[in-house]
Design a protein around this ligand. Sequence first.
Ligand code: FBP
Length: 262
Amino acid sequence: MRPIDDSPIVRDGNACILAMDHGLEHGPVDFEEVPEKLDPATVFETATHDAVTCIAVQKGIAEGYYPSYEDDVNLLVKLNGTSNLWMGEPDSSLNCSVEYAAEIGADAVGFTLYGGSNNEVEMAEEFREIHEAAREYDLPVVMWSYPRGQGLKNDTKPGTISYATRLALELGADIAKVKYPGSADAMEHAVQCAGDMKVVMSGGSKTDDLDFLSTVEAVIAAGGNGLAVGRNVWQRENPERLLDALEKVIYEEETADAALEA
Ligand code: FBP
């Protein structure tokens, strides 16, 4: 049995992971239009919504803020990350151990793997170590499976996303977080390539409510398991309204239109 099967980061088989590691990955620029969100407590507050199955943060944020929310929020500690200041071939430094994540209360761990990067081999070796350690602690592993680097550069082509889900399955992830490959058919193939592993869509930059929810609807219809989202939730003036709708689309299989009308 995979640790994901009875994990609190899954609800009715699906998940909505609220990501907030952008201060590291993108820098403070992501908070320019919502300066109040620079305070991580505001996003932890949003993560108390029933639609959210866990919050994904780096260990520094987990250490400072999770203790005040441990009764209301499930915690995913991201084990690696890179700043946008790094100009080299895609890579991500391991900055937290599974042991330490477990010690500070993690319900799951997350790891970015850049398949196709010149650093893929080393990243896959690190993934082996964190995966086997996570199994010892019975913690599910979510892979940010982002093929990029060399000729690939941020690729969301259908074949690349299907490769991203398959790669995550074969290396032992419980959930793969991938970019949307552009169509429901392509998503369906990516899900088929994932076998019994769960697949969630990566949120991306903020878009219109209906466009965003329609894409999530397509992911669910394609057999996907929800999403891991940051900016599309917490950059909104009213994240709760979107989360109310996401709850219906992800767990109740409502259409985007119906979910927004309610
Ligand atoms: P968003 O929904 O805001 O795209 O967040 C998801 C996420 O994977 C974050 O965890 C991470 O900080 C960011 O996207 C990385 O995005 P990218 O590397 O594509 O710029």
